[in-house]
Ligand binder design. Sequence first.
Ligand SMILES: NC(=O)C1=CN([C@@H]2O[C@H](COP(=O)(O)OP(=O)(O)OC[C@H]3O[C@@H](n4cnc5c(N)ncnc54)[C@H](O)[C@@H]3O)[C@@H](O)[C@H]2O)C=CC1
Ligand SMILES: CC(=O)[C@H](N)C(=O)O
Length: 343
Amino acid sequence: MRTAVLVEPTEFELEDRPRPTPGPDDVLVAVRDVGICGSDVHYYEHGRIGDYVVEDPLVLGHESAGEVVAIGENVTGLAPGDRVALEPGVPCRRCAHCKRGDYHLCEDVRFMATPPHDGAFTEYVSWPADFAYRLPDSVSTAEGALCEPLSVGIHACRRGNVGTGDTVLVTGAGPIGLMVLEAARAAGATDVIVTDVVAEKLDFAAERGADLTVDVTETDLEAAVGEYTDGVGADVVVEASGAEPSIRSTIDAVRRGGTVVLVGLASEAEVPFDVLEVIDNEIDVHGSFRYKNTYDAAVDLLADDEVDVEGIVDFESSLEDIDDAFRRAMEPTVVKGMISLDD
Ligand SMILES: NC(=O)C1=CN([C@@H]2O[C@H](COP(=O)(O)OP(=O)(O)OC[C@H]3O[C@@H](n4cnc5c(N)ncnc54)[C@H](O)[C@@H]3O)[C@@H](O)[C@H]2O)C=CC1
Ligand SMILES: CC(=O)[C@H](N)C(=O)O
């Protein structure tokens, strides 16, 4: 089977690899669509993200969906011909975190495209059936692949307890920020403010329904949010840029008693944070790491047309042209590239 393998930073090779055989609890999936995530691009460019280092050739891609072509002997509920979205992180199911239901915090998780685990830029993937979610006819496999970033958005909104009538500030209008925008709307937020430092990203967020966009290179965020909320501040701030100034600004833009959710990964682990403001204003600060139990919700939201994910895709490409696709994905105004495989 054709497989795009990252052999060196900035170098893919298209290899012919044996098709995997599904285990008793697995489904064999013919991959149809795989999104290019910022983390894929980072591994492509730098060969590492923090402590995760690409030491051996690695298959990238963890936003994937396809068609079931074979099932293991224990699998019920899925059959060849079903189209599925694949949740990319499979936990150990036995550790203390898994047992208390926080399977996304499992330290032995096998997460696609995180070294040393291969991802989905390939023709076939064998995957545990309970981490494969059937897509109704109305949901495309491209949308199925984008259940992954949508899941990050849903989990962040759950962490922030976003509710009906809330004003949510989303900092960063990349794919994750835009998925937070979708998830916040679906959770009942009536006002969503989006920030960025790139005008095109803000225009795009406005087209996608942001009520107010703020270019933080030109406008003071605290003042803009204050004006919009009659001096109160946002109920929930979801930080989705990872930029240090943006992380620091969350505390100034949230209302007293509000919630800050940190999603963006800062390039430095330590970011100065005004703890006295946090205490004095009783601000809840939550980390948000990937997601748990979001895929069913993501598929339902797509089936009900409650969210739009395909609209963030700028271009589609193929396994054969993956190098070009990654170079394109690095352009600052591009939001999302997809690799599509023929059926
Ligand atoms: N916690 C988690 O589970 C996950 C975290 N992430 C992280 O979330 C962040 C967002 O991911 P993507 O959307 O894929 O990244 P991205 O790099 O495509 O988007 C980030 C956006 O933030 C904007 N930005 C830069 N500086 C800013 C500032 N000072 N204020 C406001 N916006 C600013 C950029 O122009 C860009 O549009 C990244 O740090 C990524 O590593 C991504 C997935 C899961
Ligand atoms: C941080 C990422 O972008 C990636 N989706 C991951 O969950 O590892």
